[in-house]
Ligand binder design. Structure first.
Ligand code: KIV
Ligand code: NA
Length: 277
């Protein structure tokens, strides 16, 4: 298996072949997305909500993200691996962002790291690129600033806001970002941004004009038990299948039909007869 390279993503964009990106948070989900043939895997800080039970992405720590990202790394060989720098681990200075990103590269084997927003994050992105670490930008609905954005809602819905988003995207590209994620913006806005940029743009709730899509593993497989955003399509109901499986086990234990003879270990006959002596 030859590993996906950043140049492969640029080539896909040039050939208008959509790039497939998805999140994963542990070893089995990494093996599953690899087997399904995705191009890029993000260990998103959405892990805060999908696997750690926090009610936003804000509380998750670098140590928690590193543990999850290491587990994903051990399950992946072909796709590119993107680490997601959590809230509070990179905003304050170039020194901080480099130190944090180096942990994701050295300890967790990430190929790229992702940071949210424009503004000071443009400087942080430039510092990372100068330090030799490829960067994914993330604009539009940026969940780490949900309080400042006034909730989980689509961004760039006025012409001014849309042009400001385009300027952020251009600044992140000029800072050297290799990829840009755009989340929850009107399709017209995404289309304008894609037309303005040269780097591949990955959308989530950004319509079909972008160069690729990303979705959260637990959302698309129907594992996450909560209200889903408009852009989520459920391709399976794994939560239902898992509850049914565990309920069937509980039922069989209680009625005595599990374990059956085929699940039991037995002694050789001569040994069991000695037990009865
Ligand atoms: O944390 C995450 O899962 C993300 C993607 C939705 C882009 O940032
Ligand atoms: Na994220």
């Amino acid at each position: 298996t030859t590993r996906v390279a950043l140049t492969d993503l640029a080539a896909k964009k040039a050939a208008r072949e959509p790039i497939v990106m998805i999140t994963a948070y542990d070893h089995p989900s990494a093996q599953i997305v690899e087997a399904a043939g995705v191009d890029v895997v993000l260990v998103g800080d959405s892990a805060a909500m999908t696997v750690l039970g926090y009610d936003s992405t804000v509380p998750v720590t670098v140590d928690e993200m590193i543990m999850l990202t290491r587990a994903v790394r051990r399950g992946l060989s072909r796709p590119l691996l993107v680490g997601d720098l959590p809230f509070g681990s990179y905003e304050a200075s170039d020194e901080l962002v480099i130190a944090t990103a180096q942990r994701f590269v050295k300890e967790a084997g990430c190929d790229l790291v992702k940071i949210e927003r424009g503004g000071t994050s443009v400087d942080r992105a430039r510092a990372l690129v100068h330090a030799g670490i490829p960067v994914v930008g993330h604009v539009g609905l940026t969940p780490q600033s949900v309080a400042a954005l006034g909730g989980y809602r689509a961004q760039g819905r006025t012409a001014e806001a849309a042009l400001a988003l385009r300027d952020e995207a251009l600044a992140l590209q000029a800072a050297g970002c290799s990829l840009l994620v755009i989340e929850a913006v009107p399709s017209e806005v995404a289309e304008m941004i894609v037309a303005a940029l040269e780097i591949p743009v990955i959308g989530i709730g950004a319509g079909a004009s972008v160069d690729g899509q990303v979705l959260v593993f637990h959302d698309l497989l129907g594992i996450y038990d909560g209200p889903a955003a408009k852009f989520v399509k459920r391709y399976a109901d794994l939560r239902g299948a898992m509850v049914d499986g565990v309920a069937a086990y509980a039922h069989e234990v209680r009625e005595g039909s599990y374990p059956a003879p085929e699940h039991e270990y037995r002694m050789p006959e001569d040994e069991s007869s000695r037990l009865r002596e």
